[in-house]
Write a protein that binds this ligand. Structure first.
Ligand code: ADP
Ligand code: MG
Length: 360
């Protein structure tokens, strides 16, 4: 196993890329620590599969280097990288039995028969297919075939990393949770570096210790679920993570005050001078209603979702959400919105600005 380093990596599918827009992956530097459980999260088309295929060697990057430990593998073929990859749709040998499919990567490596049998039995138990081991893969459902693909990705213990590219797309919803739990326990047991690609924030936040958020060919932030919630590095992360996402307001920032449409809002920290478009971000969980103080708020509609209520409304014509515990009464004369000052983040041109003194 090894730490994976991406150095000045960029990729364009065009033969002669000109501007940045021609790059599916803009230049990035990134380190995947050995043994980490990562999720790579972003909307469809943001470059997740491109990045994964570059790591596994299916794709050669237009620029930059890939290192496994201290070894440069940029020009090494897929087989030499010792990586297991599971794709969105099943890749199985139809004429082989389930057992033969699962054993395939081990047979290829010349492992002994006793070990192969024991290991395949163990993996079959994880994916819940012990009863079907002697069945031919042909004729199984897409769902069962994808479980075989997952099992085959996990069967080798000696891989540098396991890459999962939206592997649960064709899996039955109730089985998804089960398999995700199995992947987590596999990670705990064997400590492989795992990178799990998904566009679903719940999947990402439940699987991973660290989530890497991508948008439009760029890595915007890598952080724990808590960091992404408390301190989104970019307004997109604030908006993409959470449901509903972070509220954003254009604001003038000076010291520990923000001014929004002429109304002053206290910040939880002090800020130095900044340039560009300045905004504050506050999550719906840290907003409340008031009668007298705060920005003018107009309630549009109230939704009851499980254990909380979402109050959807607007501030100066822009949509804003508040979440409150279930059963919260909303007074008719509550026409102001208040923010918890210490939960406010400040952004300049989309990027979070650290308050004075942070990190010291
Ligand atoms: P994701 O996996 O996040 O959905 P992809 O990495 O598949 O995103 O795609 C990133 C961008 O690169 C998209 O704009 C997509 O259309 C483009 N792209 C992906 N594969 C190819 C390809 N083989 N040839 C040309 N463009 C591609
Ligand atoms: Mg993809």
């Amino acid at each position: 196993m090894a730490q994976i380093t991406l150095r000045n990596l960029a990729h364009s599918y065009q033969p002669n890329p000109g501007s940045e827009a021609d790059y599916a992956l803009k230049e990035l530097n990134h380190v995947w620590e050995d043994g980490g459980a990562y999720a790579l999260l972003g909307a469809s088309g943001c470059g997740k599969s491109t990045l994964l295929n570059i790591i596994s060697g299916l794709l050669r990057p237009s620029h930059g280097r890939i290192l496994f430990g201290d070894t440069d593998v940029t020009d090494a073929p897929t087989a030499a990288r010792n990586i297991a990859q599971v794709f969105q749709f099943p890749v199985v040998y139809d004429t082989m039995t389930v057992r033969e499919n699962l054993a395939f990567p081990l047979r290829n490596r010349g492992m002994d028969a006793g070990y192969i049998k024991a290991r395949v039995d163990q993996i079959a138990a994880m994916i819940g297919m012990e009863a079907e081991l002697s069945h031919k893969a042909r004729g199984l459902t897409a769902d069962a075939k994808q479980k075989i693909s997952l099992g085959r990705g996990m069967v080798r213990e000696d891989v540098n990393a396991i890459l999962f590219d939206e592997p649960l797309t064709v899996i039955d919803p109730h089985m998804k949770f089960e398999l995700r739990t199995q992947l987590k326990s596999l990670h705990r047991e064997f400590g492989h570096t795992m990178i799990y690609v998904t566009h679903d924030q719940t999947e990402a936040l439940t699987f991973a210790d660290k989530v890497v958020v991508m948008h439009d060919g760029r890595v915007l932030q890598m952080g724990t679920p808590e960091e992404l919630f408390e301190r989104p590095a970019h307004t997109f992360v604030g908006y993409f993570i959470g449901s509903p996402g972070m509220n954003l307001f254009d604001a003038e920032i000076s010291g520990s005050r923000a001014v929004i449409g002429g109304v002053e809002v206290a910040l939880g920290a002090s800020y130095g001078p900044m340039t560009g478009r300045t905004q504050i971000g506050i999550r719906p969980e840290f907003c409340g209603l008031d009668r007298d103080v705060g920005l003018p708020f107009r309630v549009r509609r109230i939704e009851d979702v499980g254990r909380h209520r979402i109050i959807r409304g607007e501030v100066m014509g822009a949509p804003v959400n508040i979440t409150a515990p279930e059963g919260t009464e909303i007074a008719a004369d509550a026409t102001r919105i208040l923010f918890a000052p210490e939960k406010i983040n400040v952004y300049a041109d989309g990027w979070r600005v650290a308050p004075l003194g942070e990190g010291r």
